[in-house]
Design a protein around this ligand. Structure first.
Ligand code: SAM
Length: 246
């Protein structure tokens, strides 16, 4: 195998898998996302490091170019690691990269990572499932305007009576909350916003669907919606749950 898609985990460098860290430490070339940047410290000295991340403010590297770079380096190098935040197959375009490598006949393998969808709630002391309170969880992208949701989509989310995790929701979270309330979810439903989960800059604030306007935290940010979001099982229960006032 020459190209490994490696899940870097949610942010804390200790949360990459043992296999992922081993491959990263022996790679000749590392292509990484901006969220995976802290993990580059695990690469061996002398490895070629390419930042193909989409950091705010800079021009994003188009996916087609990333695919091309992977294929080029896959042909040239002994071992290439494509390091992606969280899990490579959760809202990360990992499938497209694997397909591009397959089409070029380049051997590849995927190393799973801990998705922020799971680590975010856990780090905030929120159990994604809980007997009697949440028997399912749904992870959705908030990247698209919920005005484009098909009819019945919001109703189906509410009917599951589980936990809803919204990733990439910074722009549309208010509209998403409104759609969910219109579909019958109580305005009092707890919401936990988790920023930069598992890193030193982690911030958590708790509100409700109706109070979602209070939640103004910078990226990377995810939202946990549902009864469990009102729970805080962190050992020291730090009193940092209030949303910053603006
Ligand atoms: C393009 S998606 C990539 C998801 C990634 N593949 C994963 O499995 O975690 C990026 C979004 O994930 C969420 N995210 C990633 N890391 C996060 C973190 N440490 N804390 C909170 N949210 C995070 C944010 O919603 C961010 O906008």
């Amino acid at each position: 195998v020459t190209v490994f898609l490696v899940g870097a985990g949610p942010g804390d460098p200790e949360l990459i898998s043992v296999r992922g860290a081993r491959l990263l430490g022996s790679a000749d070339v590392v292509l990484h996302d901006s969220l995976a940047r802290p993990l580059v410290a695990l690469a061996r000295p002398g490895a070629e490091i390419l930042d193909v991340g989409k950091s705010p403010g800079s021009t994003p590297v188009p996916q087609s170019q990333i695919n091309r770079l992977l294929v080029e380096h896959g042909r040239r190098s002994q071992r290439v690691v494509r390091l992606k935040g969280g899990d490579p197959f959760v809202f990360a375009r990992g499938a497209e990269e694997v397909r591009a490598l397959q089409a070029a006949g380049i051997e590849n393998s995927v190393v799973p990572g801990i998705s922020a969808a799971l680590a975010g709630p856990t780090s905030a002391g929120v159990p994604l499932t809980l007997r009697g309170l949440a028997r399912a969880f749904t992870v959705l992208t908030g990247h698209e305007d919920p005005a484009n949701w098909s009819s019945g989509y919001a109703g189906a989310l509410v009917a599951l009576r589980g936990t809803i995790v919204v990733m990439m929701g910074t722009t549309y979270i208010r509209q998403i909350a409104r759609r969910l309330m219109d579909a019958g979810l109580s305005p009092d439903t707890p919401v936990a916003a988790v920023r930069a989960a598992t890193t030193r800059t982690e911030e958590i604030c708790r509100s409700t669907l109706a109070g979602i306007d209070d939640v103004v935290l910078p990226s990377p940010l995810l939202f946990v919606i549902g009864g469990v979001a009102g729970i805080d099982l962190r050992p020291l229960a730090p009193n940092n749950n209030a949303c910053p006032q603006w």
